[in-house]
Ligand binder design. Structure first.
Ligand SMILES: [Zn+2]
Length: 352
């Protein structure tokens, strides 16, 4: 049995929230913290040939860019001189509304143009994995990964119950190579008022190709680890070098449906996968991490899966999304998934 976390919710005004999660009860000391940004003009414009929405958010240009630990907005506070986004003296895991949010639940302005425009409905949260600026995901204790999953479960359940939200994407951009603007270990939670086209396509595809069709048949050469309730593997259809999927065997569509055992098993495999990725080149692997939850209305087909999408293919080379990937969405992969799996398991050396 996993113990329920201690949860403390703080209203930071202007619709901004801070939620603190801890395994043990903490006695927080509160400070004032960074003020909200009020003039965040964001809206959606319709792309006529791709038939999808494009988001515009001009205040994002002024986001904090790679600050040192003294100016880091995710570090806890010790005095009122250096305000941060998490204005407490200590914490384990924190989720808060992004001050530079590109999506808003309350604001409704959008320009009137000759093309179709709309309000950018939704919400953007940040999840800080640790109060320690120099921590790394793959070096966190298993207990902390469990707490991160519990925090994501709690928050995504709360968000999906909001009638304005249609789809939630918890994700992480890791590494400067990916374009991270803060080094403090953290992820994000984007909640959309619409279902992005690619996500819709992914969910519809699962009607025809349910993940369960593959899950119990994954060949040994692609499996990284499995336990009672979940499996981690390099998919035969990987689009990125060293791509890893972590999937619970039971078809569920949201994190909050995980049983205690499934939650622990998933945490174990996720931590193990991140360790394997960092071990390949003996340095933190840059990747995007996607928590693939079901959009509203597709729960019947969607099978929860967690995907690591790394971009380092050799010690000196990165996988860039170039012409064919960006224009046609057609991925060309240099590293066969079968070889990725051998390297990840330590049976073969990666390229220099
Ligand atoms: Zn920090």
């Amino acid at each position: 049995m996993i113990k329920d976390p201690f949860i403390k919710k703080i209203d930071r005004g202007e619709g901004k929230e801070l939620i603190l999660f801890s395994k043990n009860e903490l006695n927080y000391k509160f400070f004032k913290g960074l003020p909200p940004i009020l003039d965040n003009q964001t809206h959606l414009r319709f792309h006529p040939t791709r038939s999808e929405w494009v988001g515009y958010s001009s205040t994002r240009q002024n986001r904090t860019f790679l600050p040192n630990s003294l100016d880091c907005p995710l570090c806890p506070m010790t005095n009122n001189k250096n305000p941060t986004d998490i204005p407490v003296d200590q914490y384990e895991v924190a989720i808060f509304t992004n001050r530079f949010s590109s999506l808003h639940l309350e604001r409704s302005e959008f320009p009137s143009l000759e093309i179709n425009t709309d309000r950018a409905t939704g919400n953007c949260d940040v999840i800080s994995y640790s109060s320690n600026h120099n921590d790394e995901f793959s070096k966190l204790p298993l207990e902390r990964i469990e707490l991160i999953i519990q925090a994501l479960s709690f928050r995504t359940k709360e968000l999906i119950n909001n009638s304005k939200i249609k789809y939630i994407l918890p994700f992480e951009n890791k590494g400067k190579e990916i374009g991270v603007t803060l080094e403090h270990p953290h992820g994000q939670i984007y909640s959309f008022g619409h279902i992005p086209e690619i996500i819709k396509k992914q969910s519809i595809a699962q009607k025809i190709n349910p993940l369960n069709k593959y899950l119990f048949d994954i060949p040994k050469e692609l499996i990284l680890k499995k336990n009672n309730t979940a499996i981690s593997f390099v998919p035969r259809w990987a689009r990125y070098p060293f791509e890893i999927w972590v999937v619970p065997y039971r078809k569920i569509s949201h994190l909050f449906e995980l049983s205690d055992e499934e939650q622990q098993d998933l945490a174990e495999l996720i931590l193990e996968a991140s360790k394997k990725l960092d071990a390949i080149f003996n340095s933190p692997m840059p990747y995007t991490l996607a928590w693939q939850l079901s959009p509203k209305g597709y729960e019947k087909f969607h099978h929860l899966h967690i995907c690591f999408q790394p971009i380092r293919r050799s010690k000196t080379k990165l996988k860039y999304l170039a012409g064919v990937e960006q224009i046609a969405g057609f991925f060309l992969v240099d590293l066969p998934p079968e070889r990725s799996a051998r390297i990840l398991r330590g049976d073969e050396k990666p390229d220099e």
